[in-house]
Write a protein that binds this ligand. Structure first.
Ligand code: PGA
Length: 248
């Protein structure tokens, strides 16, 4: 299989200088599987600092950005700024952005388009709520979220990773079972094959996110259509290294 496993850490709004030094020490001193691509998503105020201290085999992501390069957008950061401080990635469309900050598909698509045009790589997140899962509309919800991104991505699929993150699994300790996750990942790939191209479907990497731990990573990683993880809580702990190393 040609899809390189990719593990992302999403620190969310966590970390201070002391904790960052600790986390980066782990990532520097412990051996990391060279067959796994590693990206850590940092609160914007620390992106430049983290970039200046992480080892070369760990890429840095912002967790959000605005849809324009500069201007009168108090409080926002832009994709060119993220690039300017040496980070290569941005996480967009996370369910916390969608739900807490009311970001809708069209805004997320505009952000994705702008980030890609600015030369960043994008981890684009999709996922259903518990209510949607219980109504049996998981695939419908997730493919609608992806459909909104298709024109924004254009010919840039090689710079995009999708993260399937069921909202009910995020921060809850309730991980999707490998069967549940694999089923949705396979459905996403099949939708992409029909609606974008078989090439994109085959090559796009789809991460699973939602209460990933060192204890469940190996089993999830063994699923045919799971190509990595987006890890929240556990990415702040030494366990993150175990997750990276349990994938192959
Ligand atoms: P979690 O978060 O691993 O803490 O569930 C995952 C995410 O929100 O990306």
């Amino acid at each position: 299989m040609s899809r390189k496993f990719i593990v992302g850490g999403n620190w969310k709004m966590n970390g201070d200088t002391d904790q960052i030094v600790e986390i980066v020490k782990n990532l520097t001193q412990l051996p990391l599987d060279p067959n796994v691509e590693i990206v850590i998503g940092i609160p914007s105020i620390y992106v430049a600092y983290v970039k200046s201290i992480v080892p070369n085999n760990v890429a840095v992501a912002a967790q959000n950005c605005w849809k324009a390069a500069k201007g009168a957008f108090t409080g926002e950061i832009s994709a060119p700024m993220i690039k300017d401080v040496g980070a290569e990635w941005v996480i967009l469309g996370h369910s916390e952005r969608r739900i807490i900050f009311n970001e809708e598909d069209d805004l997320i698509a505009a952000k994705v388009a702008h980030a890609l045009e600015s030369g960043l790589k994008v981890i684009a997140c999709v996922g259903e709520t518990l209510e949607q899962k219980d109504s049996g509309i998981t695939e419908e919800v997730v493919t609608k979220q992806i459909k909104a991104l298709v024109p924004a991505i254009g010919n840039n699929w090689q710079n995009v990773v999708l993260a399937y993150e069921p909202v009910w699994a995020i921060g809850t300790g309730k991980t999707a079972t490998p069967q549940q996750a694999q089923e949705v990942h396979a459905a996403i790939r099949s939708w992409l094959s029909t609606n974008v191209s078989s090439d994109v479907a085959e090559n796009i990497r789809i991460q699973y996110g939602g209460s990933v731990t060192a204890a469940n990573a190996t089993e999830l990683a063994a699923c045919a259509d799971i190509d990595g993880f987006l890890v929240g809580g556990a990415s702040l702990k030494p366990e993150f290294v175990d997750i990276i190393n349990s994938c192959n």
